[in-house]
Design a protein around this ligand. Sequence first.
Ligand SMILES: [Zn+2]
Length: 419
Amino acid sequence: MFKKLLPILLLCSACATAQTVAVRAGHLVDPAKGTVADNQIILIRDKKIVEVGAKVAIPADAVVVDLSQQWVLPGLVDAHTHITDNTIPSPPGASTEDHTLNTESSGFRTARGLHNADLMVHAGFLALRDVGNNMNFTDVAVEQAVETGWFKGPTIVPAGKIIAPFGGQSHKISPEAGPFWRNEYVDADGPEEIRKAVRMNIYYGAKVIKLVSDNNAYPYSVEEIKAAVTEAHAAGRKVAVHVYGGVSADNVIAGGADSIEHGFDLTDDQLKKMKAQGMFLVGTDFPLEHLAAFGGMVPQLDAQKTADNTIRRLSSANRIGVKMAFGSDVVTELPGENRVDMMFDFLRVWKKAGVSAPDTLRAWTTNGYELLGIAKEQGAIAADLAGDMIAVPENPLVNIDTLRKVDFVMKDGEILRRP
Ligand SMILES: [Zn+2]
């Protein structure tokens, strides 16, 4: 028996020396500093970057990847998405979200999440934060399936169920219909219920805590926000809060949340307070075309007004110097575009708001990793970090639209796409 095992053991001692990949990067972009280093060599072994530099020796047995004509950079991050959600058109008078909840199973939602994870990683998004609307923790299921290696996808930071005042984001549901929104929301009113909701989410796998503060007539108080923040931080999780503006936003800022999601109506004073606190804005800055498509489903939405307001707010936040991370919030598909095409449409808004290419790139990469709380493991091209990188044909610090043309993707040392 042992004699039979011996050759296998010998073979495995050989396979312990993992294959080294050497990437020849013509131009290596550092989005954190906004700089480029030419003719760099990146060595990747055992899923990690082991060495980077101009004079790194390439081992004789290394697999060499020639990206000498490309700009190589860390992967993109979507800090606000819902990968298992695709808000399907609802019958007249019904809320789209409520309709989705009543017509799609958690199994189907998981399958959609896996499909979107695959789409996103191949387009260069190597990390995402999924901020709820997942039909009973299917975001956690997708994360587990990707981490197990069954499917390809970005690093996923899931939120589990959204914590909100009674009713979640549903409206005008009859008492007889029952609280079906609880498949995606936890009704939590008062600090004690919020603490319990945070713990429940963490128990089922949430790595970030998401609150919706102002979608009904009873926004969260400072005390309620603080309860979520204290409880989440004690467990090493950050808190993201959906809020548009007004007193609700004042409470979220005073409560010390880690990020404001949307924040379409934030004033300059509120943005200045966010900057002083180091609070992130994930602006989900929708292009007009997307808002017009939503408008078909949400009759009260004035697409043009919202688009103008979004550009104004993005421009102010950039001028004031608020830390921003890109978040798409894409949950629809326009004719001829898939979800990823729609995500890159947001670049138009960032340009219209006057955000420079280096600032935009930082928000779409480095800042995202910081907000997701994973910057110690990934998000820069440096020794000891994950073997994650993408490449584009032009300098993104000059032409940000080149991000649409990602033609090389490496995730955890595995090449998923090459020119
Ligand atoms: Zn959202």
